[in-house]
Design a protein around this ligand. Structure first.
Ligand SMILES: C[S@@+](CC[C@H](N)C(=O)[O-])C[C@H]1O[C@@H](n2cnc3c(N)ncnc32)[C@H](O)[C@@H]1O
Length: 301
């Protein structure tokens, strides 16, 4: 797997003992991961379930079952990589979002549980009675578009990304989930989708400031920088999408962003400057402002 860390990392040497059973393997792996992950035991369980190609419930049901040499070797390699910081989702190649399994690779952002708030908001606000035309800009693994498509099979969805590698994965995910109402288009925001007009434009764009210290910490180090960084302040892409969306929204269309917890005021101000009204801001489960939505009555050609 070609995974690029964004900073130099220690090369851990510790490995698991041989001839372990499931319970012992989890215990030893959790100890090896302590100090390298905030969720050491869960990571050990997920990686062992991946190694044994089973559910975590199987691990709980069969704690005495022994690992064979090949399984021990595979599990060891995964624990070593996790100790180097590589995200669990890149090691297993999948991440759950909206109760669906998404294939992920280092070309895609790992979908976050927080982003389900955007999906929830859209589904609550817009019923399935009307056939809407929706855009998901910067679709990555396809998480937002596919989650919504799975709930609104009558909507027409355009999902774009600038990254062809990400789009390949997004298309695969749509195939896995038998989604047929999404068209995937490579586009630098709107530049290849000029002929479309939308009722809803959604985006979880890059919104991290270039110098943000979080970029050199934890799992984020391994994610594509082009999915994360948006200029000096983190607002470049939200500004660009908002300015352009005026030309692509139908009258009374909605623009809905996920953004950083500290970008509530800048995003509100950005939408107000571009004549959006009925602006709504939502907080995630930890009380942080993460979603801003606004409606625009006038259509600008
Ligand atoms: C924060 S990620 C979101 C991925 C996915 N929507 C999710 O929520 O998991 C931002 C995405 O925007 C894409 N992107 C960055 N710049 C872009 C641009 N100029 N035009 C289109 N997509 C872009 C990145 O490749 C990345 O997939």
């Amino acid at each position: 797997m070609n995974i690029r860390p964004n900073s130099s990392l220690p090369s851990p040497s510790k490995t698991l003992h041989k001839m372990l059973n499931i319970a012992q393997a989890i215990r030893q792996a959790s100890e090896l991961l302590a100090g390298h992950s905030d969720s050491a035991r869960l990571d050990a369980e997920v990686l062992l379930a991946h190694t044994l190609n089973c559910d975590i419930t199987h691990l709980i049901a069969w704690p005495e079952k022994k690992l064979d040499d090949k399984q021990t070797q595979t599990f060891n390699a995964l624990i070593t990589q996790r100790r180097q910081g590589i995200p669990v989702a890149y090691l297993t190649g999948s991440k759950e979002f909206w109760s669906l399994d998404f294939k992920v690779t280092p070309a895609t952002l790992i979908p976050r549980p927080d982003t389900e708030l955007l999906v929830e908001f859209v589904l609550e606000k817009f019923s399935d009675q009307k056939q809407l035309q929706l855009a998901d800009l910067g679709t990555g693994s396809g998480a937002i578009a596919i989650a919504i498509a799975s709930e609104r099979p009558n909507w027409k969805i355009i999902a774009t990304d600038i990254s062809t590698d990400a789009l390949t994965i997004a298309k695969e995910n749509a195939g896995i989930h038998k989604i047929t109402n999404i068209t995937f288009i490579q586009s630098n925001w709107f530049n290849q989708i000029d002929q479309y007009r939308f009722d809803l434009i959604l985006s979880n764009p890059p919104y991290i400031a270039k110098q943000d210290p979080h970029l050199v910490q934890g799992d984020v180090r391994f994610e594509p920088q082009s999915a994360l960084i948006s200029g000096i302040t983190g607002m470049d892409d939200i500004e660009a999408i908002t300015a352009q969306s005026k030309n692509y929204l139908k009258p009374d269309g909605w623009l809905i962003f996920e953004h950083g917890f500290d970008q509530k005021h800048q995003t509100l101000n950005c939408l107000q400057r571009h004549d959006f009204h009925t602006i709504t801001q939502l907080h995630d489960l930890s009380g942080q402002p993460r979603i801003t939505a606004g409606c625009r009555s006038i259509y600008t050609e």
